[in-house]
Design a protein around this ligand. Structure first.
Ligand code: CUA
Length: 314
């Protein structure tokens, strides 16, 4: 299936057709306007060729209706295309809640992926059919881009920042995974495959071979090993913000700002603790830059998230 020739890639996700309809509509509109411009050009260049016996008096014709028409119609068409494109874009940019989470770390020149249950993969992504998947992605070095043509999704993967990408596979099979941002010598080799399996097969795959521990488990282990728990749990000796239930909350900062404790905020707090100090606390925490990997930070964040799920708002 992967190596058949297709003019367009197969559509294998719930978003694919929406992107395709927009794309086809743009092609049709372009063809229409190409015809509207070039057919008269051909017609007039033959009819008014040198030596042809035709009326060349060129009378002035004024028509407000015509002038208004060819101004207003293209305006409406452009606004229509813009609205349509924006609707599709916002849908692609907003991951639905309760999606299956997969962590993605890009580096020159490979994709490292980890499923919530703990299973790790390199340059391969196994997925269950019909399930909404949400990727949380970051890079260890330069800008990459996670591109699955069959799903019609492409998102830059940036160092120092989390980006997300979501899709719902609707067709069994194997599909190309590309890096779509030039990232150095072996950019073209930074490829892989996405394997969409029946949910039962996916469960079996998930529990086969080296399964590892769940991301939340690993995050908890790191939270203790790296000394986070020394200050952030039962913090009587050292005054540090408690982290239970912090995920997703509004956090007042010493600067007077209020920020949402999302993945990016937690990541920054681990790597650049002095950047956004919680109101009422001192800038005491050492930076973990260089002492912790991107995958480990994602695990700790997943653990902090799970704390919130166990004990919702008090
Ligand atoms: Cu990574 Cu191109």
């Amino acid at each position: 299936m992967m190596d058949d020739f297709h003019l367009f890639p197969v559509d294998a996700s719930s978003s694919a057709q929406q992107v395709d309809w927009l794309f086809y509509a743009l092609i049709l509109m372009s063809l229409f306007f190409i015809a509207a411009v070039f057919l008269p050009i051909f017609y007039f260049s033959i009819r008014y060729r040198r030596g042809a016996k035709v009326d060349r008096s060129n009378p002035q014709i004024g028509s407000n209706l015509l002038e208004t028409g060819w101004t207003v119609l293209p305006l409406l068409i452009s606004l229509g295309v813009f609205t349509w494109g924006a609707l599709v874009y916002f849908r692609l940019e907003t991951p639905p809640a309760n999606a299956l989470q997969v962590q993605v770390v890009a580096k020159q020149w490979m994709w490292k992926l980890q499923h919530a249950e703990g299973k790790r993969e390199i340059n391969e992504l196994h997925l269950p059919l019909g399930t909404t998947i949400s990727l949380t992605m970051t890079s260890e070095d330069v800008i990459h881009s996670f591109f699955v043509p069959a799903f019609r999704v492409k998102q830059d993967v940036l160092p120092g920042k989390y980006t997300t990408e979501w899709f719902r596979p609707t067709r069994l099979g194997e599909y190309h995974l590309f890096c779509a941002e030039y990232c150095g010598t072996n950019h073209s080799a930074m490829i892989g495959r996405v394997v969409v399996m029946r949910p039962a097969d996916y469960e079996e795959w998930l529990n086969s071979g080296e399964t590892g521990r769940s991301i939340v488990f690993e995050g908890h282990r790191l939270f203790q090993e790296r000394g986070c728990s020394g200050c952030h749990v039962d913090s009587r000796a050292i005054h540090a913000p408690p982290l239970e239930g912090v995920y997703g909350k509004q956090v007042p900062l010493a600067s007077g700002e209020i920020v949402t404790a999302d993945d990016q905020y937690l990541r920054d707090s681990i790597l650049v603790p002095g950047k956004q100090i919680s109101a009422g606390y001192e800038n005491l925490m050492p930076s973990y830059t260089g002492h912790i990997s991107e995958a480990e930070i994602m695990q700790i964040i997943a653990y902090l998230k799970s704390l919130g799920e166990q004990r919702p708002e008090r």
